[in-house]
Design a protein around this ligand. Sequence first.
Ligand code: GDP
Length: 439
Amino acid sequence: KYTIAIVGRPNVGKSTLFNRIVGSRKAIVNDISGVTRDRLYEKAEWNGVQFSLIDTGGISASEDVFVREIKEQAELAIAEADAIIFVVDGHSSLTQDDQLVAKILYRSKQKVYLVVNHLDNAEQHDYIYDFYALGLGDPYPVSAVHGNGVGDLLDQIIDDFKQNDDSAASPVDDDDQIRIAIIGRPNVGKSSIFNDLIQQNRAIVSDIQGTTRDAVDAQFQDDQGQRFTITDTAGIRKSGKIIESTEKYAVLRAQMAVEDADVVLVVIDASAGIQDQDKHIAGLATDEGRAVIIVVNKWDAIEKDDHSMQEFTAAIREEFKFLDYAPILFVSAKTNQRIKQIPEMVVQVDNNHKMRIQSSILNQTILDALALHPTPTKNGKRLRVYYATQVAVAPPTFAIFVNDPKLMHFSYERYLENQIRENFDFAGTPIRLRIRARK
Ligand code: GDP
């Protein structure tokens, strides 16, 4: 799995190129948490090869932090990507900002593809010659708006990926391991929990060949021999660069980590209370259908009585309605309180996430539910439910065959989900219902 990052100073057409490559840009609306957000990160495919694309340009720069912002984008690309597309504007000459970006990119071990944008017709291709001065090899003339040259660029990038494929393999991906992502606002204690987990368990030292990224993944094993790979989304900052400083970077990194994970630990700082950004970040995990555990950290740092846990739990349930299935763990990375329970719970919710229910047992549950609570009607027509079957795992997805899907009401759908949850242990995992017309 490859990641390509697009960098360059503002207004050179990064986002246009991003959209051109991934197709029309979707604003993702999470109808459960009600949060809309731009994707700075999308999956795409070219010549049968899948990759992810990062648009660092979506991270807007305010004037005063402009230079720092450009630097951070380039650093992020170097840390996260397997290849970098560096965009410059063919209608202007080289600027200082271009040179600033280039200077940082010289340090990258990844290949940099210099793209001269805004070249809408072949006569303009001569404009690329100015940019040889950057010393990044042959520039690619492109028109992001019209698409000219984009295919050639992608052909080359994908070819280069394939060439290096034997060495640039992704980290040893054995299927038995559970991949954990730790996400949360800056300073909630992600890195501290990450470090505790590594220290308390047997770290697996594997030498992963060909990975050019900063090591932010670690592998460990519990007493039962279960293997885990864990990603700390604060990892870049640990290497001394304060990239997580802006909310958008935090969200971007969380998005990337969630995509690769089986189980997501959503970390909340007990001493800071629940904040909007916590909800925003947690929403990323549900969007992707991942198993989730809510980890309330810094439990040592607040004054407690025998109601505190209950009260905090109630507050979480109130604020994170869309995560009502997620178990909650109260921990302290500082005193190690209950950190040991994290791997155990991860194994449990991962099992639930991948659980398969036999159709006969599932249908008995549905029948019982129908008997207990009559189906809704609309315009005098009653919903009839014929049959249910599980069509996918991770997350468990159930097709429910009915006479007319339009007769399903969201509250009844919710009721059926609850009945399924009551009969089977799906703690920690979202479940999806697909209401289908019986053919
Ligand atoms: P990250 O940005 O989410 O990775 O957070 P860090 O792991 O860097 O922690 C941020 C700060 O919170 C650091 O100063 C930690 O020492 C502190 N911290 C982390 N976990 C705990 C905890 O359980 N209790 C207390 N009191 N402080 C903690």
